[in-house]
Unconditional design. Structure first.
Length: 595
């Protein structure tokens, strides 16, 4: 109870080393089990990114340090915003080679606005092209550009190699362990307010969890007083009627583990079960007269798509949960914890809105792994009216590419209504900064990988809603549609592969109306991938040579969401991902096109 507490969050652009550093700090302080990681979710481990904000705590020099590891991808920015309200300082991790990136700007801007004083960790200083001095200079420029105060701009710097669990305060120092990071935290992060006997409880919810037995869980920072297991509490929200609840279970964090508590005090971060209708930003108190803590706002969604029952001929083959009610129940459950998501029901169709394609793709991937099967429509940006004008979401895009590919990137993004703001050359690389409508980015990322031979890095962040940018010219490929149901044969595919790119290989089951590839000339083409070789009793030289198929491009959810057309659905099943026309029969498609 009398132990000093420091509350910090680790923030950074995706892949700059937050989670590795957090895991290292747990290991250094003896709070980490062997092999345990903050990225415990299977999807996080596969993709190497943090999707969900997570809490841990370590003890160093008799001080408890609560650490929140935050996502770095822009689509999960709503997680970061909430976390920043619950802590007293941030460790801003920046890659010594890449320097500040779009999400660095986003998370830093939010931190500075809240009056936090960041500690900068220049990470990966062992990279071949690492330039810690230049990186530090760029970080200072970013601080000044974002309107940091003199005190905020005078930030402490630690140089680190997170992967090796070592850090130092000066470049000439020796690398030994991570104590320079924790010593800097103790020196520069203010201690959390201590518990005062008799003071009213005030805690604020900044994240939500869900348990099948306990229901909704509230992750909260205690600002004043104490909370006990079994305590009756009041839940307050500005402008709303007070609600009552009871703390059924109380937990804290040690390393990656939750430990059950009987009581917790001012300064701590806890998990509370039993408050079934608690929401983000609400104040938990035990006094009718206690002041409500300032509300937490979350940025609104920018992209939406429809979720509906899978109605293809192969429906129900793989899925365990296939009905509209089951899909709706799962989306309701997701909204319990995923506050960046919005769901509206229209009959048997669900309009799902999120912060970006990745945000919704992660939800789809989780659902398919749980046994759900559904169809989803093409992602569309959310258009709204502001002061009588039609407006749409705009993004800031940062592109790092080898010099020889810059022309192609500039041309493609310019065609998609993006305007270049800056160009920064660095040896044989160039950094290009653009601003343009989110609509122009939909379906581009895969093309970007092809145009830059996989050597480019593209990162984006939502800026604001601006005036509608008008018609956008995108690279158009047509769909190659199966006219038959059966097994695709190598002979048929060999004859089709010159017309475009195939999404299936020999032996794949297909049905009428399924999209099996694209056509490079942009026209829709109905084909028969099940057509076999005509057999005769005549033999000719060379006729029996083996047909060589070019490797096809298997569809994933992300690729599917990029290439699905307005008149198509992406069929998401536990094992398969397929593209199909909304109307499977060709004559029906023609009739609908005329109407």
């Amino acid at each position: 109870m009398s132990q000093e507490i420091r509350n910090i969050a680790i923030i950074a652009h995706v892949d700059h080393g937050k989670t590795t550093l957090t895991d290292g700090l747990m290991e250094f302080t003896g709070s980490r089990d062997e092999g345990a990681s903050m990225d415990s979710n299977a999807l996080e481990q596969e993709r190497g990114i943090t999707i969900y904000a997570k809490n841990t705590s370590v003890t160093y020099k008799d001080t408890k340090i609560n650490i929140v590891d935050t996502p770095g991808h822009a689509d999960f920015g709503s997680e970061v915003e909430r976390v920043l309200r619950s802590i007293d300082s941030v460790l801003l991790v920046v890659d010594a080679q890449e320097g500040p990136m779009p999400q660095t700007r986003f998370v830093l801007k939010k931190s500075l606005e809240l009056g936090l004083k960041p500690i900068v960790i220049i990470n990966k200083i062992d990279k071949p092209a690492a330039n810690p001095d230049l990186c530090e200079e760029q970080v200072l420029e970013l601080f000044l550009e974002l309107g940091a105060t003199d005190e905020q701009s005078n930030f402490p710097v630690v140089y680190a190699i997170g992967r090796d669990n070592v850090a130092k305060l000066k470049m000439e120092d020796e690398l030994v362990d991570l104590s320079p990071v924790l010593d800097t935290v103790l020196e520069h992060v203010p201690a959390a307010k201590v518990y005062v006997e008799g003071e009213a409880l005030r805690a604020q919810v900044f994240n939500l969890g869900y348990d099948n037995f306990l229901g909704r869980l509230a992750v909260a920072r205690i600002y004043d007083g104490k909370v006990s297991k079994g305590q009756n509490v009041i839940i307050k929200h500005e402008g709303q009627e007070n609600k009552k609840g009871k703390v059924v279970k109380l937990s804290g964090y040690v390393g990656v583990h939750q430990i059950e508590l009987q009581e917790a005090f001012a300064g701590d971060i806890v998990l509370i079960a039993g408050l079934s209708d608690i929401n983000i930003g609400e104040t938990i108190t035990d006094s009718e007269s206690a002041e409500v803590l300032p509300a937490i706002s979350v940025d609104e969604p920018t992209v939406k798509m429809q979720f509906l029952v899978n109605s293809s001929p192969f429906a129900g083959r793989e899925g365990k949960y296939v009905t509209s009610r089951q899909i709706g129940d799962r989306l309701e459950k997701e909204m319990e914890i995923n506050v960046g998501l919005q769901v509206e029901r229209h009959g048997d169709v669900y309009d799902v809105s999120g912060r970006g394609e990745m945000h919704i793709a992660i939800l789809l991937e989780n659902m398919r792994r749980e046994g759900y099967e559904m169809s989803v429509s093409q992602p569309r940006v959310i258009i709204k009216e502001i002061d009588g004008e039609k407006c749409e979401p705009f993004e800031e895009v940062t592109v790092d590419v080898p010099v020889e590919y810059q022309g192609s990137v500039i041309e493609k993004l310019s065609n998609r209504a993006f305007i270049m703001q800056n160009m920064i050359p660095h040896e044989n690389q160039v950094r290009l900064l653009f601003e343009g409508p989110t609509r122009g980015l939909l379906g581009y990322k895969n093309q970007f990988v092809i145009d830059t031979r996989g050597e480019g890095i593209l990162a984006s962040r939502f800026i604001e809603f601006r005036k509608y940018a008008g018609e956008i010219k995108k690279r158009q490929v047509g769909s190659m549609i199966s006219m038959a149901t059966g097994k695709a044969l190598g002979f048929a595919l060999f004859g089709l592969q010159d017309r475009g790119e195939l999404y299936i290989g020999a032996g794949t089951e297909v049905y009428e109306g399924m999209v099996i590839g694209n056509t490079s000339k942009g026209e829709e083409m109905t084909v028969n991938p099940t057509k076999g070789k005509q057999l005769t009793n005549m033999r000719a030289a060379g006729n029996d040579d083996a047909t060589t198929l070019v490797p096809h491009r298997p569809l994933s959810i992300e690729i599917g969401l990029e290439i699905v057309q307005a008149d198509e659905y992406l069929e998401v099943c536990p094992i398969s991902v397929r593209l199909r026309k909304q109307y499977l029969n060709e004559s029906e498609r023609k009739r609908k096109a005329v109407n």
